[in-house]
Design a binder for this molecule. Sequence first.
Ligand SMILES: C=C(O[C@H]1C=CC=C(C(=O)O)[C@@H]1O)C(=O)O
Length: 434
Amino acid sequence: MKTILNYQIQVLPKLNVTQIGWLLDHFDPAFVFYDWENATLKLCLGAVAECFPAASQRQNQFVTVEKWYQELKQQLKLKNSGPVPLVVGSFLFDPLQNKSATWSKLARGYFFLPQLTIYQTAEQTVAVSCASDSVTCQQQLLQLQQLLGSAVTTTESVGLINVTETQIAAWQRAVQTAITAIQTKQLEKVVLARMITAGLTTRLTAAEIWQRLAPIKQQNYQFLLKYREQIFISLTPEKLVEFQPEQIRLDALAGTIERGTQKEQTQLLGQQLLQSTKNRQEHQIVVSAITNRLTQLKLAVKHPTEPQILVTGSVQHLYTPITAKGKFDPLNILARLHPTPALGGQPQQAALEFIRKYEGWERGLFGGPTGWLDFAGKGKFVVAIRSALLDGQRAHLFAGAGIVAASDYHQETVETQNKMQPMLNLLKGKNKYE
Ligand SMILES: C=C(O[C@H]1C=CC=C(C(=O)O)[C@@H]1O)C(=O)O
């Protein structure tokens, strides 16, 4: 007999950061996603159903989620209006990379249909409770009310110890190898990333991490995914794709320069970035690849001819907003787009093989699409860069840089350092992010 999934909606008072943190600590799995573009927050707690996108290497991770999502869609009795349940989670960057111990619990990627989804906008906060029967839906809403009433702040003072990067010399050699491969036309571009590992004096809870992440007001998406006590967080400026009915919006983001301490200096550096041939080339490869892939799917693609500047907390980027219209299947779009040359390279397969061979560690969820998809034609996925994996008293931080023929490994090292800085500050508990 086919299972039926019900859901119920309840309006709530606005949640504060303490309450959000409290809920994150009380549920596993838990996911929170703050979207700076429309100032909305989605808080997803407990699982009605789960999916591990890369559980089998034989099947494409997007196909696995598509099948699971379609089954859920058939089970859901969708109402005509109001908020609806979502599926949320993270795909792996590359399921074919060699496995390491780092990503233990999250090594197959992770998606779930939440028991409770809380939508918070400037105007209202609404909870959607989902379960196989209406009594459970009610109980979940009651439990939520009780937890919200008992929320207290937890603050840990954490120190960083042993910040290590065993592979820095190897990474710089890989950058040199990439430059040679590009100069000899084996590749056009490849993105190489670094991982640093830090010991923490104490284990950080999801609540504590969210209390540090949430106040960071930059043009960044913020998310936290907790699964069996492993916590993956990101402060990413890069939207991969936003799905709206018959329209998608994307970002081409590639080409980087530092930002200044003063506004004028930042603007001057921005001008320099716009005039840099190396960065323009790095950027154009991404715009062309996205445009080609979408055109092949018979979508009508539009974008400005000149890139703009996007300023984040520690660096600034060349940025081109892209829109595409037509009929599409969201998971097929994700499968075609990921990885764009902003995270993989060009040509895509040759770049992936280069990364597998030379990067020397497992990217796991770093650089993968993370986000949500509802059952009414909407969704949004960001690229999980400027991210960190917290596992007990250990933190792994990740950041990469696009390598083209004119790259210089010293500059790419500084660039990746700058990209990691906001996450390092967060772990150190520094609060000057504005
Ligand atoms: C791969 C990362 O950044 C990408 C996104 C924007 C700019 C990039 C660059 O200029 O290299 C990268 O392609 C990262 O932050 O880990």
